[in-house]
Design a protein around this ligand. Sequence first.
Ligand code: NAD
Length: 283
Amino acid sequence: MNINTFGVIGSGQMGNGIAQVAAMSGTKVIMNDISDELVQKGLKNIESLLARSVKKEKITEEEKTDILSRVIPSVSLSDMKSADFVVEAATENETIKNSIFQDLDRICPSHAILSTNTSSIPIGRIAAQTSRPDKVIGMHFMNPVPVMKLVEVIRGLATSDETFQITWDLSKKFGKTPAEANDFPGFIANRILMPMINEAVFALYHNVGKKEDIDTVMKLGMNHPMGPLALADLIGLDTCLAIMETLYDGFKDSKYRPCPLLRKYVEAGWLGRKTGRGFYSYN
Ligand SMILES: NC(=O)c1ccc[n+]([C@@H]2O[C@H](COP(=O)([O-])OP(=O)(O)OC[C@H]3O[C@@H](n4cnc5c(N)ncnc54)[C@H](O)[C@@H]3O)[C@@H](O)[C@H]2O)c1
């Protein structure tokens, strides 16, 4: 299948990154969010990352203009009527995603593949919102998308081999390395990563150590490029909490209980880098 038009739902930190790598691969992208302000914010982010690449002489000014011209802003889901492949990267909230998939199923052409960048919500539950569960799949990019090489490709129970292969090949076209996972809470990446981050928050909560020391132990002791609390701030504490809730709900096992301190930060609106404050403060 030729993917001439690629749709991205949500132009937040993941959505605009996905739109950027798609546009860089030569694909026309429609980038959608709920307001023009949010779409413009996403576009601005792409523009500033591309400007940095021009400065580093990785791309030319003409290439930057060319890439940007392939990203079409949208505030109406009906713009997805011409999309061959959509990736949904809206807020990690099942009610929001369910409603988006019901709408996409109605709006998109019957051949279109509907993928989700969800970090943890079961693909099968999202697929069940549509009349085309064979064409629904997880396409889980990592943050920051233009930098991170991995795409976790997640098969739902009903996902067809053809849908899987198209998504696998598209990940490669975007310059990424795909890895295959099956549909269990958290898939591979967050099944392993998020309990570690949650445990680091518990360590802070129980005053086992200060945030800087917790991060230093994991960076220098385990050779992680960044500490778990700094990583949580990068991911977004709301997203971390939502993933822990999904793991806890999916396995009904207390070892996945979200740390009360994580919940407290989210309730205070301290969501990490995107709001300027999480475990650390950002200007
Ligand atoms: N942050 C990470 O490190 C990371 C990594 C991998 C996957 N993810 C997943 O990617 C998705 C997006 O996360 P993010 O970090 O970009 O969040 P974000 O908060 O930066 O962006 C989410 C965007 O979705 C938009 N949105 C909400 N409802 C919408 C709707 N009905 N239609 C269109 N847009 C809508 C919001 O306005 C916002 O701009 C989530 O499912 C998350 O779990 C996040």
